[in-house]
Design a protein around this ligand. Structure first.
Ligand code: ADP
Length: 789
């Protein structure tokens, strides 16, 4: 522990030292001197192109190796130091003294080096602090340090300017520069399964050798001073070859690791490191280092080629922030991003103030008062449209998850408003999660609305025990399951779905994430928001259901009231007719005016007929009551239909004795067995024959026919030659109390219940009713029974 702590401090201090020296080197870089070519051109009259070749001596040193010798001279002086140049012109030697000029006159290029360096240091230190114990992170830290230091100092001699102390950043530059490729290679190797490179010590040795060698010659040559020694720097070309080869190897290894990455996450991380290497190092290698190594003139200047370096730390930062390179999770505070944006606005504002000032400088003083207002207006104009776009961009890049989550919530809220059932809402919830936060499973429990014993309106993914636990709890948002129980059920989190005051709460349960990672705070927040939306939708659906239910029950009540009135008026009418005739007959018998035996017999026969008619009405009315209350039951058993039909015919015949009735009954000789309730069939048949008699005028020809049907079924048909049924009435005659107008005219008695009861009986037997005939030409109604099962 102690040692760890010490090595941490040591590494950190070393990093800080490197940073400090790099800053010193950068300050030197800013003052980098340059041979005053323009002034020399003016003074000597020699064209710029041939001028360097014409210089024979400079600063007292004989010039042989142009590039290196001029660098040597510049390294020993500062900008403004007068230097004597001896130039060969037309066979004569011409001595000119001119001061050294600054190399970077607009300072934009050094700013890029500074940015590259600072960025790199920041990332390096950040990673080091966040993952101090990780070997890979430490390697990355050193890589960042080496790279950034080299980028910031930018050259071994630029900052020396004759000050021996400034040789230290120069030496650091060499070490950083030569170590960078090997560190890069080592870091890239961590993405592969291979641990070590064969010949790795050799690589380290080579880079240290290069670094040591060049540091030594530069330091010695400037301290002695010895231009000959400085010329040994030509060997730097070999280092360039080494640098190019190792970097290329790193890119190749990384590319192979990218293709072999085990999952998308890893691939995304590697992809961005690869992008960084290609766009950051690529131009420097292809357009500068390689041509130089090959002894060619590079198409890009060193400055321009190195400017691309800035892209490397940017890509790395992106890989870390977005794809958790090195397993680093950085939570970027949104307010930081927006503070930066606000600073941009302030920047636009200040720039506008300056611009407007320049614009109004010539004008009268009064206009100046409007400058801040105008500037604020410009800033607002510029920033307002940009803001939302920037926000989306920033959100997409770094807050992809919150961005997706926000969209998920929005989509869910919009779609949930259109759902009609709890199941729809749950389906929507599952679909939303499948997109935004894939989980193993989703469970839900929503109690049924209403008071008394609570029911279940929706249950998914929960066993009955779990539901019983949920039902039994008093309510409130506390955890409904004892710890451990939730996991046993296979869920990770349970969220209440409050359904309104006094109602038991519903519950939403969400299983573990498919990715296998734990739920983050952000995930939980999403789930809570979605659950709240879901609860709101459930409450709305519940309210709608209540309204619909209320309306339906009101309509049902009204219908019942109407039926009652209709029923009472029909039944009382229906009862009055036989009662009146019974009363008349009994009075006649009582009066003694009908003493004749045959007359008495006739009257008693009439009484019996009225009584059985009354009985049938009562029977129908009672059955109707049972049907309405769903209390009608049948006793279905194997039944031979022949005695049933024969019995009914017998009853009808005896009741109609003396009436003008021609009843023809056809019954087959063999039994006709079906599964049926004989009493019910009897009643249905009586109703049909009753109708046939009622709706036939004059002599009544009624045919009753029983026949076996296909597949073991049977048919009973009742036909008459009466008024017939119009096609439009065929559907309605099975409704309770419906009577065709023609039927009412023909026979005003009748309640309109008979066929309804026949239909109920046939439905209970799984049978059908067929109607044939036409108005004025009689009717045949056939009861069709299915075969036995
Ligand atoms: P009710 O006979 O009491 O009116 P039903 O339910 O038995 O009631 O019959 C309903 C209606 O069906 C009758 O009012 C009549 O219009 C029509 N209907 C039934 N049977 C016949 C038939 N055999 N001939 C003509 N119309 C009939």
């Amino acid at each position: 522990m102690e040692r760890k702590h010490a090595s941490f401090t040591l590494a950190f201090l070393a990093g800080a030292l490197v940073l400090g020296l790099s800053v010193l080197g950068f300050v030197g870089l800013l003052g980098r001197p340059e041979i005053p070519w323009e002034a020399l051109e003016r003074a000597t009259g020699i064209a710029r192109g041939t001028l360097p070749g014409a210089v024979v001596r400079a600063d007292g040193f004989e010039v042989l190796d142009r590039d290196l010798d001029f660098k040597f001279i510049a390294a020993r002086h500062r900008v403004g130091d007068p230097i004597e140049f001896v130039v060969a012109k037309d066979g004569r030697q011409l001595a000119v003294t001119e001061p050294l000029v600054p190399f970077y006159s607009p300072r934009s290029i050094p700013v890029i080096f500074l940015l590259t360096g600072v960025f790199g240091f920041l990332i390096g230190f950040g990673v080091f602090l966040l993952r101090a114990g990780d070997r890979r992170a430490r390697l990355f830290f050193w890589l960042c340090l080496a790279f950034s230091s080299a980028a910031m100092i930018n050259g071994e001699w630029y900052g020396v300017q004759g000050r021996p102390l400034h040789l230290i950043p120069g030496i650091l530059f060499f070490l950083a520069y030569t170590l960078t490729p090997v560190l890069l290679l080592k870091f890239v190797l961590t993405f592969t399964t291979r641990g070590r490179l064969p010949g790795e010590p050799l690589l380290w040795a080579a880079s240290l050798l290069f670094g040591g060698f060049f540091s030594a010659i530069v330091a010695a040559s400037l301290l002695i001073p010895s231009i000959e020694l400085f010329r040994l720097k030509f060997a730097f070309r070999f280092f360039r070859i080494f640098f190019g080869a190792v970097c290329l190897a790193s890119i190749v290894i990384l590319f192979r690791a990218f293709r072999a990455a085990p999952n998308r996450e890893k691939r995304d991380q590697i992809r961005w490191v690869l992008y960084g290497l290609i766009v950051g190092l690529g131009p420097f290698m292809v357009f500068y280092t390689l041509p130089l190594a090959a002894g060619l003139r590079p198409p890009l200047s060193e400055e321009t080629a190195s400017a691309f370096f800035v892209l490397l730390p940017l890509a790395l930062a992106f890989a870390i922030l977005k794809y958790k390179l090195l397993d680093i999770t950085v939570i970027i505070n949104r307010s930081v991003v927006y503070s930066l944006l606000t600073m941009v606005t302030a920047g636009v504002y200040l720039a506008s103030v300056e611009g407007l000032k320049a614009l109004f400088a010539a004008g009268p003083g009064t206009g100046r008062r409007w400058i801040p207002v105008g500037a604020a207006f410009i800033a607002a104009m510029v920033f307002a449209p940009a803001r939302s776009r920037i926000q989306v961009l920033v959100d997409k890049a770094f807050f992809r998850r919150s961005y997706d989550y926000r969209r998920a919530v929005l989509g869910f809220a919009t779609a949930a408003g259109k759902t009609h059932t709890a199941a729809d809402v749950l389906e929507l919830f599952s679909a939303t999660l499948a997109d935004a936060l894939p989980v193993e499973k989703v469970g839900a429990f929503v109690p049924a609305p209403g008071v008394g014993t609570p029911g279940v309106a929706l249950r998914t993914g929960l066993d009955y025990d779990a539901v019983a636990t949920l039902l039994a709890r008093p309510g409130g948002p506390e955890e409904p399951f004892p710890p451990g129980e939730l996991r046993r059920l296979g869920f990770e989190i349970v969220l209440p779905l409050p359904l309104g005051d006094g109602e038991p709460s519903g519950w939403l349960l969400v299983g573990p994430k498919r990715s296998g990672l734990d739920l983050t705070d952000e995930d939980r927040e999403l789930l809570q928001t979605l659950a709240a939306e879901m609860a709101a939708s459930l409450r709305r659906i519940r309210l709608q259901e209540e309204v619909v239910y209320e309306r339906a029950s009101r309509e049902k009540l009204e219908e019942l009231g109407r039926l009652k009135t209709e029923f009472i008026s029909s039944v009382s009418h229906e009862l009055r007719t036989p009662m009146t005739s019974l009363q008349a007959i009994s009075e006649l018998l009582d009066s003694g005016k009908a003493d004749e035996t045959s007359l008495r017999k006739h009257l008693i026969g009439l009484m019996a007929g009225e009584c059985s008619r009354l009985g049938r009405y009562l029977h129908n009315v009672l059955d109707f009551g049972r049907i309405e209350q769903d209390a009608m039951s049948y006793e279905i058993r194997p039944t031979d239909l022949r005695p049933v039909v024969a019995g009914v015919a017998e009853v009808v015949r005896s009741a109609a004795a003396g009436e003008d009735l021609d009843l023809e009954v056809k019954i087959p000789a063999a039994p006709v067995m079906i599964d049926a309730d004989p009493d019910a069939i009897r009643q249905a048949l009586l109703n049909l024959i009753d109708n046939a008699i009622k709706y036939s005028a004059g002599r009544k020809h009624i045919g009753v026919r029983l026949a076996p049907a296909a597949a073991g079924g049977a048919e009973i048909s009742v036909s008459d030659r009466g008024i017939g049924i119009s096609p439009e009435d065929r559907q309605r005659i099975f409704e309770a109390f419906y009577r065709a107008p023609e039927a009412v005219r023909q026979d005003p008695s009748g309640v309109g219940l008979g066929l309804k009861i026949v239909k109920h009986i046939m439905d209970a037997h799984g049978g059908e009713i067929a109607i044939a005939g036409a108005p004025g030409r009689g009717t045949t109604i056939t009861l069709k029974f299915p075969g036995r099962r």
